[in-house]
Design a protein around this ligand. Structure first.
Ligand SMILES: *[C@@H]1O[C@H](CO)[C@@H](O)[C@H](O)[C@H]1NC(C)=O
Length: 274
């Protein structure tokens, strides 16, 4: 906003602005242990999507789901108890081009402390005006991650009991980072759940899928997505009491780029030169 325009505004304009800001507010309520919040979010290409945020403070999880403009369904799950984060992409294929109907990818990494607000705060979040289209207050760059370890779906409950449900369709496309695997192994998670792919990835001549022509050739696939709006921090206000109290959230946007091994270029259909 133009600050000069603001300072020149009449008191009535100020009132209107204050009212508009109030409508944007997300409110705190006291309630049960589960909740669902549907918010309208503007995607980077200008399209609007409905994002569903679900929280369960008893199981200590938050899930967030939305459809991208290209039809891909993105699901994010934070398991606070196990400090595990799951990002799943359900990518639509083009059957008329010989591709499968859809392909599911699952990226599992450690959930860092403070990445997203706690589940017990999320269950108390409500919005006053569900028609407001939201954009994040804080825009973060793209975090690029190389995933060179495959995770066995059947044994994935050792990491988090929620992986089996979220990554059901991904089967052979469940990946994690080597450094996260090492961390989990140190914590006592059995090694049989992981398959290290780094030898395949560092093998001679492995190219990016976008520069590979042969559909049966192995290659390095990449997938990018952006969580356009999520509650990343709690806001505190000062009242009459001695200590500040929770009065809202700060929203963030963050991009992710995952690079991973795929045995056939055909399984990386979105990664094409265009
Ligand atoms: C995953 O683990 C199960 C149980 O140990 C095993 O039967 C299965 O073959 C494993 N899958 C892969 C792809 O290694």
């Amino acid at each position: 906003m133009n600050p000069r325009g603001l300072s020149a505004a009449s008191p009535r304009a100020w009132l209107a602005l204050a009212a508009a800001l109030l409508l944007l507010l997300l409110l705190w309520v006291s309630g049960g242990s589960g909740s669902e919040l549907r918010v309208l979010v503007r995607l980077s290409d200008g399209q609007i999507t409905q994002e569903v945020l679900e929280a369960d403070s008893e199981r200590d999880i938050i899930t967030l789901e939305f459809r991208q403009a290209d039809g891909a369904l993105i699901t994010f799950l934070a398991d606070f108890r196990r400090h595990v984060k799951v990002l799943r992409a359900l990518v639509l294929g083009e059957p008329e081009r010989g591709q499968t109907q859809y392909q599911s990818l699952c990226f599992i990494t450690r959930l860092e402390h403070g990445e997203i607000i706690p589940s017990e705060a999320m269950v108390r979040l409500r919005q006053k005006n569900p028609h407001v289209v939201r954009t994040a207050e804080e825009k973060h760059g793209v975090e690029r991650t190389t995933l060179n370890v495959a995770v066995n779906l059947t044994l994935s409950w050792h990491l988090s009991s929620h992986i089996r449900n979220v990554c059901r369709d991904a089967r052979d496309f469940i990946y994690t980072r080597e450094q996260d695997m090492k961390h989990w192994l140190e914590k006592g998670v059995g090694g049989s759940i992981f398959e290290v792919l780094s030898q395949k990835m560092e093998g001679p001549g492995l190219q990016s899928c976008s520069s590979t022509a042969d559909p049966w050739q192995p290659c390095l696939c990449s997938y990018s997505l952006r969580l356009e709006w999520y509650p990343c921090m709690l806001k505190f206000c000062r009242g009459h009491g001695p200590s500040p109290y929770k009065c809202g959230i700060r929203s963030c946007s963050k991009g992710y780029r995952y690079d991973f091994y795929t045995p056939h270029k055909q399984l990386c259909m979105w990664d094409e030169d265009s």
